[in-house]
Design a binder for this molecule. Structure first.
Ligand code: SF4
Length: 199
């Protein structure tokens, strides 16, 4: 974790390391205390850490499309995009500090790059991959199949765990971004967590 932290700092991220998710969640709440509104990207890590309820209990306006009826999801995504703070994880992070995410809709990736006031990535140790090809392999054979099964989508990877580069309507891998450094328009923090979290 120390090596990865140093690599991320070279790429101009603000990095903190935590022994477990609850310590990281507590720090995230403190970091976001001055943010009136907080958006959240699709994230099993954020869900597991209970941050949606914790943020609401702390008095923030919280926008998370996972927590609203289907017809309100797009509005929640848009409000999240312009929030004072934003929480998400990543699908993979390389040993030299590249952060990779693949989205079906693209809202999570968009918010992580531009528009929000402050972004915090919460990254469990299971997201670590040797390099970019290994990170893509992780996305296509671990993250995407697990997400497809969670959502009940009939993708080939949900059935077999293998990626066929499907082109059907259920395809989840529409937008992939490799962050080679921290975007310059807003603070981007990476919380490295010595615990397996999310997909
Ligand atoms: S491209 Fe299709 S098969 Fe491959 S990981 Fe994405 S959804 Fe699954």
């Amino acid at each position: 974790m120390e090596n990865l932290s140093a690599e991320l700092e070279k790429r101009h991220y603000t990095v903190r390391c935590f022994e477990n998710g609850s310590a990281a969640a507590k720090a995230a709440l403190e970091e976001l205390a001055g943010c009136g509104s907080v958006g959240i990207g699709g994230s099993m890590t954020v869900e597991k850490l209970g941050l949606y309820d914790a943020l609401k209990d702390a008095g923030h306006e919280v926008y998370w499309h996972w927590k609203v009826p289907k017809e309100e999801m797009d509005a929640a995504r848009q409000k999240a995009l312009l929030s004072d703070g934003y929480l998400l994880s990543c699908n993979a992070i390389t040993e030299d500090g590249m952060i990779l995410n693949t989205d079906g809709t693209g809202n999570r990736i968009a918010a992580s790059i531009f528009g929000t006031g402050k972004v915090i990535f919460l990254v469990g140790k299971n997201k670590l991959a040797k390099d970019v090809p290994a990170a893509m392999q992780r996305i296509n054979t671990v993250a995407c199949p697990l997400n497809a099964r969670r959502l009940g989508l009939a993708t080939p990877c949900a059935k077999s765990g293998e990626c066929t580069q499907c082109q059907g309507p259920a395809r989840m891998c529409n937008v992939t971004v490799i962050m080679e450094g921290a975007p310059t328009s807003h603070p981007v923090l990476v919380y490295l967590i010595d615990e397996e979290l999310g997909y």
